[in-house]
Design a protein around this ligand. Structure first.
Ligand code: FAD
Length: 569
């Protein structure tokens, strides 16, 4: 996102002819913009055009409608055209597609989907909020009946009808991101047997591979047939109307229906045809007020490129929160307020078959992709509340922070309970440019059933602060294959016997004080335990006795995730 100078105030107050604000797309970004603008300016004329039959519907609820968790389709309708008219004096035209923009004449061409007729509409201000379209790869069979993408209410209705008519029992979901996982959960909820095909070697691309391992294990344990590291080659029709998904490996996955969820692409055709500036990530370029390269045209939502406040890069981020906030910012800008969109940090969550996966900020691979190397990371596996209170569930948490200033760069968490709460706290800290010291000091809710006196967020901050101040030097699991350090596992012998890092020796923490003289002082020692806590105690003890000790953060639990992800021997 380029940050141009503040636009001139464009309030229509004191003008005799009302300004006409036309909005293309009436869902998250467009509807937010329309409603906010009306609250700020009673004098403008506002019209919203959407080619679909609804505006302001809950796209995020669609998978749950397919799953019959949301039973009544009407629950998806957040606001109707009638409500927009009555409450906000906003004219909403559904089934009306905007097919062209004449920027010089300041008109758009709209086609009425019911009559097929076209007309032009004049604007003073145009807001583009057309969203992003599901990617349909140009592969044989992707247009066969029974192959669906999920974007609209009619899409989900069609899937429901198909499932009912075909008495569907099997499905293949192609794509292991948010939407794919949500669809998978809901198809399983409808008692279908589901296979998941994902081209990358991991699910949930925003996560680092080792953090996606608990997710993959959870799905496999729930009976999902996982095919990761294997792309879609084609889809074949079988007699009787069922399908076979053929993977690049040659694997053949039979299915009564196929869901394509391999990502979305900004809907930029209108903007491109109108000569608006499109960025390298394929979205419309906007300034901090959401104004495009044309001062009379704003753009918001999935269609725009946004500034990532952590990496400093421009990116596309198709999420509802940013779309809503951008709609609001555009409205304020159109009304002449000097507000601006702060940028994004990619905070997101998905729930799948009881497991929650959430992340905020940059991943490790994302940092490396943009050339950031001055960072460190810690792994921890605390309970979601005090261990002595029944029912504590483990959260797998990874925190990335910059060195030496401790600024928080990102966090990822996976677990059955309390995951999104921790990520939301860390996300808020990132927004306020917080450091790991802020996390260590954060005063958070605590009672036994909710958290711990040292909440997982506090613990993550404390571990990271220990790394920064030298109290707990950490070793990087990714260096395991290359290191000549002596690996010392400080768990008890029976734990060690149950599995350990290759080449590690066992010297339990309980014996360390009398046996530490057996360890070499002239060699790096990488200390491991189950989750990192005993290794920390050992590291502190050894460091104070003149040893070069480092903690293998997250312990054997993290090692197992790295090994399952194929990152360590
Ligand atoms: P959209 O909401 O897609 O709205 C764009 C509208 O513009 C559409 O109705 C389209 O028909 C219309 N349109 C396009 N072109 C034209 C044209 N030329 N003329 C007229 N109308 C046009 N995000 C989250 O943060 N959390 C979630 O849990 C989540 N779950 C999701 C689940 C699903 C199944 C889907 C599809 C998306 C989900 N999202 C989620 C993403 C979120 O819905 C989007 O980021 C958000 O809706 C984007 O808002 P938008 O206004 O940019 O576009």
């Amino acid at each position: 996102m380029s940050h141009q100078a503040n636009p001139q105030p464009t309030s229509s107050q004191n003008r005799s002819i009302p300004r006409r604000v036309l909005i293309v797309g009436g869902v998250a970004g467009g509807a937010s913009c329309a409603a906010r603008l009306r609250r700020l300016d009673e004098s403008v004329e506002i019209a919203v055009f959407d080619r679909g039959p609804y505006v302001s519907f809950a796209n995020c609820g669609l998978p749950y409608y397919v799953g019959n968790v949301i039973v009544d389709e009407r629950a998806l309708l957040v606001a109707s055209p009638e409500l927009f008219r009555a409450r906000f004096n906003v004219e909403v035209q559904t089934e009306t597609e905007v097919t062209g923009i004449d920027r010089r004449a300041r008109t758009i061409t709209v086609r009425d989907g019911r009559t097929g007729t076209s007309r032009t509409e004049r604007y003073d201000v145009l807001v583009l909020a057309p969203g992003a379209a599901p990617i349909r790869p140009p592969l044989p069979g992707v247009d066969l009946p029974g192959v669906f993408a999920v974007r609209t209410i009619p899409d989900s209705r069609r899937i429901r009808t198909w499932m009912a008519e075909r008495r569907a029992t099997t499905a293949v979901v192609v794509g292991g991101g948010f939407i794919g996982l949500e669809m998978l959960e809901n198809l399983i909820h409808r008692e279908l047997s589901v296979a998941l095909l994902e081209k990358l070697p991991q699910l949930m691309p925003p996560l680092d591979p080792e953090m996606a391992v608990p997710l993959m294990e959870h799905l496999a344990a729930k009976g999902v047939r996982l095919h990761v590291g294997d792309g879609l080659a084609r889809i074949e029709a079988r007699e009787g109307g069922s399908l076979v998904v053929v993977a690049e490996s040659g694997a053949r996955l039979p299915a009564d229906l196929v869901i394509l969820a391999i990502g979305v692409r900004p809907e930029t055709t209108l903007a491109k045809d109108a000569g608006l500036h499109i960025g390298p990530r394929g979205g419309i370029v906007v300034d901090a007020q959401m104004r495009t390269s044309d001062p009379h045209v704003w753009a918001v939502g999935d269609v725009v490129e946004v500034h990532d406040v952590v990496t400093g890069q421009d990116t596309v981020l198709p999420l509802a929160g940013p779309a809503n906030r951008q709609g609001r910012v555009a409205a304020e800008s159109i009304a002449g307020r000097a507000t601006h969109f702060r940028g994004v940090q990619a905070t997101a969550v998905v729930g799948v078959l009881g497991l929650t996966v959430a992340s905020t900020g940059a991943s490790e691979k994302g940092l490396r992709r943009v050339g950031v190397t001055n960072f460190q990371k810690v792994y921890l596996h605390p309970g979601h509340h005090a261990g002595y209170y029944p029912g504590a569930r483990r959260i797998h948490l990874k925190l990335l922070f910059s060195v030496p200033d401790g600024r928080i760069l990102g966090a990822q968490a996976v677990g059955l309970e309390g995951v999104e709460k921790r990520i939301d706290v860390i996300a808020t800290a990132i927004q306020f440019h917080g450091t790991v010291h802020d996390l260590a000091e954060a005063e958070l809710c605590y009672a036994p059933q909710f958290g711990a006196a040292k909440d997982p967020v506090n613990l993550a901050g404390m571990l990271a602060a220990n790394v920064l101040n030298g109290d707990m030097p950490v070793a990087d699991w990714l260096e395991l294959a290359r290191t000549d350090a002596l690996l010392v596992d400080v768990r008890e012998p029976e734990e060690f016997a149950g599995g350990h890092v290759p080449h590690a020796i066992n010297l339990p923490l309980s014996q360390l004080r009398r046996r530490y003289g057996e360890l070499p002082k002239d060699r790096d020692l990488w200390i491991c335990c189950r989750v990192g806590q005993r290794a920390y105690y050992a590291t502190r003890f050894l460091a104070q006795h003149g040893y070069r000790a480092r903690n293998l953060s997250g312990g054997y639990t993290t090692y197992e995730a790295f090994r399952a992800a194929g990152l360590v021997p």
